[in-house]
Design a protein around this ligand. Structure first.
Ligand code: HEM
Length: 489
């Protein structure tokens, strides 16, 4: 086993860590997390190396800018898919994150209009409302003497509110009603059991994946899936008879279900949109299962990533009060006491710089991946069909060839938009399969962070963990971010 896989990488002239029998590099990855694995490998083997993650196929990790431009953009047609374990994800199997080939193209092109600038502008009031609730809830805590706050928790409540209202069109104040039925189910839904024996099946017996749906097994709890199926059915039925002008993803996807053309302005980001499937994929609209799978996917993809980014941005602003003061001053200069809106918040350039630097130094998704669908030569390396490609987002963001003093938090790096190569800053991935929620989340991050900084001075306290200890598996997630807040009068 060892020599066979070693042999493949050797033939391709790609260096990499020697794999353990059966488990490949899983021990190294699991003990230090993908971030440490990427940094260690990059130091030892350079920007392109091969590793082996168990019985699943081998992976080439590529941190080289030119090669990434080819894989993510130029030759995207040969690298359309992600590594997915079919039949493992219950109802989320039909979310775009888990779809492949023309099925992915079809569904992504159908739901893309829901993320256009026009739609996002109409969704801004939903986010505005949730961010006001966030500030009110922080204010209540601070005024009540509870001024050292677990930011992961409060931002988690805010993010939950935003997802419930933008994805499902349900206004629930989870920040004040944590026991609401929808909220408790959503929390359980998000709380995947990563220690589940199913993970072991996935790692050691991948050839048995096909059994999962047949046995009714999935990562997701059956009762919780049934709950969301019920809620979505009821909500969609109400929409058929009801108000068609609503702008939440459920409504917009329902419009796509019946193939109503969206008359709103076209998308202005070449990568958010995707070309229509070129082949015989002739089915119109999208199905109920695809609507459900995607509404749930927005939960999975958006909840923790956003909560982490807000918590880490607040942590860095507490660690570097000079940047916090600069941000507050720019907010005062550009918006003053006026209401913050989708449009005026975009003028506060320093806000974007702080968020970008947070996402560079601490990207919640430390990696993304593609599968090579057709033998392709990329910068002299012959990548065979079936090979997995991993993009080391964390390693790229911390590579001293890309960023000077990469471990230092310096928002000013992003002062000039064209001063860096887009292949060196990939918190949302890149190319036609870039994060579909990117611009939605940028608005969500900006509105809330701006309101928090306008109303509170944030600082570290004796309870702040410096630096925050990060989870080893999954997202780059701090275990705790406790910060002290003081009202600005
Ligand atoms: C700070 C927050 C977020 C970060 C850092 C993030 C990051 C990412 C990354 C790295 C990818 C992979 C892109 C690629 O392979 O090129 C991705 C995909 C995706 N994201 Fe996000 N994301 C965030 C928020 C959101 C939100 C709020 C949503 C919900 C609308 C969302 C929905 C998705 C979906 C559906 C995909 C799969 C797209 C596809 O396969 O076509 N994300 N995200």
């Amino acid at each position: 086993m060892m020599s066979r896989h070693h042999g493949t990488f050797k033939k391709l002239n790609i260096p990499g860590p020697a794999p353990w029998p059966i488990i490949g590099s899983l021990i190294e990855i699991n003990t230090g997390g993908f971030q440490k694995f990427q940094m260690d490998c990059m130091r030892k083997y350079g920007k392109v190396y091969g590793f082996y993650g168990g019985l699943s196929p081998m992976t080439i990790e590529i941190g080289d800018k030119e090669m990434l431009r080819i894989i993510l953009v130029k030759e995207f047609a040969n690298f359309t898919d992600r590594i997915v374990f079919k039949g493992f994800n219950g109802d989320v199997d039909t979310g775009i994150n888990n779809l492949s080939g023309d099925h992915w193209r079809h569904v992504r092109s159908k739901i893309t209009p829901a993320f256009s600038t026009g739609k996002l502008r109409k969704m801004a009031p939903l986010i505005d409302h949730a961010s006001d609730t966030l500030v009110e809830s922080l204010m209540r805590n601070v005024k009540g003497g509870n001024d050292v706050i677990e930011m992961m928790e409060v931002y988690g409540g805010y993010t939950m509110d935003v997802i419930c209202s933008t994805a499902f069109g349900i206004q629930i104040d989870s920040q004040n009603n944590p026991n609401d039925e929808f909220v408790t189910n959503a929390r359980k839904f998000l709380n995947l059991k990563l220690a589940s024996p199913l993970i072991l099946v996935l790692i050691f017996l991948p050839k048995l994946h096909f059994l999962m749906p047949l046995m009714g097994w999935s990562f997701l709890d059956k009762d919780i899936q049934a709950f969301f199926r019920r809620v979505t059915t009821t909500l969609l039925a109400a929409r058929i008879a009801g108000d068609k002008s609503r702008v939440d993803f459920l409504q917009l996807m329902k419009n796509a279900q019946y193939e109503k053309e969206d008359s709103d302005e076209e998308d202005d980001n070449e990568y958010i949109s995707v070309k229509k499937p070129s082949t015989s994929w002739s089915r119109k609209g999208i199905t109920f299962d695809e609507i459900l799978g995607n509404a749930e996917t927005f939960f999975f993809a958006g909840y923790e990533t956003t909560t982490i980014t807000l918590s880490m941005a607040s942590y860095y602003l507490a660690m570097y009060p000079e940047y916090q003061d600069k941000l507050r001053q720019e907010l005062l200069d550009k918006i003053g006491s006026k209401t913050m809106t989708y449009d005026n918040i975009r003028d506060v350039e320093y806000l974007e710089m702080v968020i970008n630097e947070t996402l560079r130094i601490s990207p919640p998704a430390t990696r993304t991946d593609r599968v090579c669908l057709k033998d392709t030569e990329v910068n002299g390396i012959k990548i065979p069909a079936g090979m997995n490609i991993s993009v080391p987002i964390y390693g790229i963001h911390h590579d001293p060839d890309n960023w000077r003093d990469p471990e230092k938090f310096i928002p000013e790096r992003f002062a000039e938009k064209d001063s860096y190569d887009p292949m060196t800053f990939l918190p949302f991935g890149y190319g036609p399969r870039i994060c579909i929620g990117m611009r939605l989340v940028q608005m969500e991050l900006k509105l809330s962070l701006a309101k928090v900084i306008r109303n509170f001075r944030i600082s570290i306290s004796s309870e702040t963990q410096i630096p925050p200890e990060m989870m080893k598996l999954g997202l780059l997630k701090p275990k705790t971010v406790k910060l002290k807040l003081e009202e600005i009068k």
